[in-house]
Design a protein around this ligand. Structure first.
Ligand SMILES: Nc1ncnc2c1ncn2[C@@H]1O[C@H](COP(=O)(O)OP(=O)(O)OP(=O)(O)O)[C@@H](O)[C@H]1O
Length: 697
């Protein structure tokens, strides 16, 4: 029995020993991690302070130095008031007039100086604070808009951090104020403490009791920041819902579908999801902070009691007793102030640290918001020149969005010949817009390479390629500016050249849009602007097309659903300009993404995408003859536009496949049907060619 018990005990020990070692190792790892975390936090805070101070001095050197140095100094000088008072009281008690006058003078000079100089320093600080805030605004704008690629807008991690920073955007100027005010109070605290220590060295131990308080504050800040980051997605949802309820664009559907209550409810839920954990974190941290305060407060009051007692009952003078009382009041005031201000500083430094995280984000270029000034698409392209013309070649190109496992596009091999018009077709989500973004150099390829005239685009500064590209995107921008600016932006160099703007409008078929505006090119556009004129969706799109015409000899024109908002006449005009020899310079490659087969059939090359892969490519005739994916889509499209019962009347003469039930004539040229409609029997109305505008223009 006993033997068995001993054996069991030994076995347990054997089992326990590794477990003990593992626990120790885990403990060590945890300690190391905590140490790393503490070091990381300290590093982060120091970097934030450095950035704040550096920014203040960079935006306004004189004011920066005044606020950062003179302001805390004044708080040190203010402690001399207590000495002046001590001299006065001792002089009065000892009937020493000279001592009394010296004390009174010191008190007077210090009080006037501190009062006046503090008023000036506060004004200066307010101006500086404003400038620092503007500087961070500018940097944030650069940080988001200057990186060569737009990948950061697709990464939820970047978006979450950016959301928190955007929400706290107004706090950057305040961060400087928080830093200065804390430095002021700290200076006041230290000055009072040093003078008190001369009265009682025991008080030298007081700063030690601040440490638990500081740790508690830091812990609370970490909890709150973590909760804020966790709630950032819900916050983004909340902001999007707010925009949905307040923006003019969704106003019609919000009313039609009576969405107001639903949006408000979701907004409430999103707020609760974001703020609940934040409040909980704050409350949890507050308990630790309160305990820290209790400890520090007890030490402070206990220390002051000991000092006062020894001065009053000991050998101290009446003046010394006054000094101790006055300094004690300052010390307690500074401590209470610090308690409040430290929270402000802590949050401000967190905000600056978050901003620094955005700066360090891989897509940002890491140059404090000046990213992109010399941003490169890939390797250093200094000295490399883009050939004037050439084919655009994609070799094994693929692209995967952040957070996705499967590529949205690719691998793709494709040659876009110089001067060709290339149509890209495919179902929703096939990868067409992704291809457009890659061709525009807005996204770096995940694999493979894109070369123009044999030059790998990733080896060039992104701007060099983009200066040769022009585009009308699917979600084109409605620039709420003067009409001439909204178009002229397409070539900043020609922004103030009305002749260039008019030429672009003319060549995009958008001249009549501006002709109809009250002040022509000088009309303010957009309903959110005072006296702004709003345009129809099609008119906005025409201006976007005109913008894409500002660059007169681009290497590549990208048109992603350029006719989505256009009427048939305008669409036909667009085709005439881009597909029928009236487009940009003859060496220009034009890529048109469209679901409208009337738009694509005249392209030199048609590329069919499916699930991110090229499944077919060729001319309309070739692809139609193949009877594959393109032929299917084309015939479906034609059938969709046919209003009557469509009957296949005869087999196609050239033996092409025709979908059952589709009239041969539609299969031959449904573009005409799409543009002009049918007469109810499946017959196209009128005999105009596709490129003709209504009314035979
Ligand atoms: N920002 C993004 N983040 C993650 N996935 C994305 C993002 N944008 C697009 N995708 C995905 O990539 C795929 C291709 O999208 P893309 O916009 O290129 O398609 P498309 O062919 O242009 O579609 P459509 O005809 O509807 O405009 C889709 O599956 C889409 O869900």
């Amino acid at each position: 029995m006993r033997k068995n018990a001993r054996k069991r005990k030994n076995e347990q020990a054997v089992v326990r020993e590794p477990a003990g070692k593992a626990a120790k190792a885990a403990k060590n790892a945890k300690a190391a991690k905590a140490d790393r975390t503490v070091r990381a936090v300290v590093r982060e805070n120091l970097a934030a302070v450095r950035l704040l101070i550096g920014t203040a001095i960079r935006v306004d050197r004189r004011r920066g130095l005044l606020v950062l140095i003179v302001s805390p100094l004044l708080n040190v000088v203010a402690a001399l008031q207590a000495i002046g008072l001590q001299w006065m009281v001792d002089g009065a008690v000892d009937h020493d007039r000279a001592q009394t006058v010296r004390g009174a003078l010191l008190l007077l000079v210090v009080t006037v100086l501190v009062h006046q100089a503090t008023a000036v320093a506060t004004d200066v600080r307010l101006v500086l604070q404003h400038r620092v805030g503007l500087e961070f605004d500018r940097r944030l704008m650069n940080l988001c808009s200057k990186p060569p690629h737009i990948g950061h807008y697709q990464d939820p991690e970047f978006l979450d951090t950016a959301e928190v920073v955007r929400q706290r955007r107004g706090e950057f100027g305040g961060a400087l104020a928080a830093f200065v005010e804390n430095a002021n109070l700290l200076a006041r605290f230290v000055a009072a403490l040093v003078l008190l220590i001369t009265a009682s060295p025991l008080l030298a131990l007081l700063p030690l009791t601040v440490l638990p308080l500081a740790a508690a504050n830091r812990w609370q800040a970490r909890l709150v920041t973590a909760a804020e980051r966790a709630g950032a997605e819900a916050d983004r949802r909340r902001m999007a819902l707010f925009s949905l309820a307040t923006d003019p664009a969704p106003a019609r559907e919000v009313r039609l579908y009576r969405l107001a209550d639903e949006i408000a409810a979701r907004h409430r839920d999103a707020f609760a999801a974001a703020s609940g954990p934040r409040e909980a974190a704050r409350a949890k941290g507050a308990i630790a902070v309160a305990a820290g305060w209790l400890l520090f407060g007890s030490a402070l009051i206990g220390g002051l009691y000991v000092v006062s007692r020894s001065v009053i009952h000991g050998s101290g003078s009446a003046g010394q007793a006054v000094l101790v009382l006055l300094l004690s009041t300052r010390l307690v005031g500074a401590t209470t102030g610090l308690g409040w201000l430290l929270g402000w500083l802590r949050r401000s430094l967190d905000t600056v640290a978050l901003y620094l995280r955005l700066v360090d984000y891989p897509h940002s270029g890491g140059t404090h918001g000046n990213a992109g000034a010399d941003a490169r698409g890939g390797a250093d392209g200094a000295g490399t020149m883009l050939p004037p013309r050439g084919d655009l070649v994609l070799e094994g190109v693929s692209f995967t969005y952040p957070g996705r496992s499967a590529p949205a596009l690719g691998p793709v091999d494709l040659r876009l010949p110089r001067g060709a018009t290339v149509a890209v077709v495919g179902d929703n989500g096939a990868g067409k817009s992704t291809l457009v973004a890659l061709l525009a150099g807005l996204q770096p390829v995940s694999a493979g390479r894109i070369a123009f005239g044999g030059q790998d685009l990733s080896e060039l500064p992104a701007d060099q390629w983009r200066a040769r590209v022009t585009a009308c995107f699917q979600d084109f921008c409605r620039f709420e500016l003067l009409a001439r600016e909204a178009v002229g932006l397409g070539d900043l160099g020609a922004l103030d050249d009305p002749a260039a703007v008019r030429a672009a409008l003319e060549s995009a078929g958008a001249a009549e849009v501006v002709a109809g505006l009250s002040a022509g090119l000088d009309t303010q556009l957009g309903r959110t602007m005072p006296d702004g004129t709003d345009l129809s969706a099609g008119q906005w799109q025409k201006l976007a097309l005109a913008r894409a015409r500002m660059r007169t000899a681009p290497a590549l024109v990208l048109l992603d659903e350029p006719a989505a908002s256009l009427d048939p006449g305008s669409e036909a005009e667009l085709l005439r300009r881009y597909l029928r020899g009236n487009g940009p310079a003859s060496d220009t490659i034009t890529v048109i993404v469209s679901h409208r087969f009337s738009t694509v059939r005249d392209a030199d090359l048609i590329v069919v995408l499916d699930g991110g892969r090229i499944v077919e490519q060729g001319t309309h005739a070739e692809l139609f003859a193949q009877g594959g994916r393109y032929a299917d889509m084309y015939t479906l499209h034609a059938a969709a536009y046919s209003t009557g019962p469509v009957v296949r009347s005869a087999p196609a003469e050239d033996g092409r496949k025709v979908a059952p039930g589709v009239h041969t004539e539609l299969a031959v040229d449904p573009g005409e049907v799409a543009l002009h409609g049918t007469n109810g029997q499946g017959e196209p109305v009128g005999d105009r060619a596709v490129g003709q505008a209504p009314g035979g223009q």
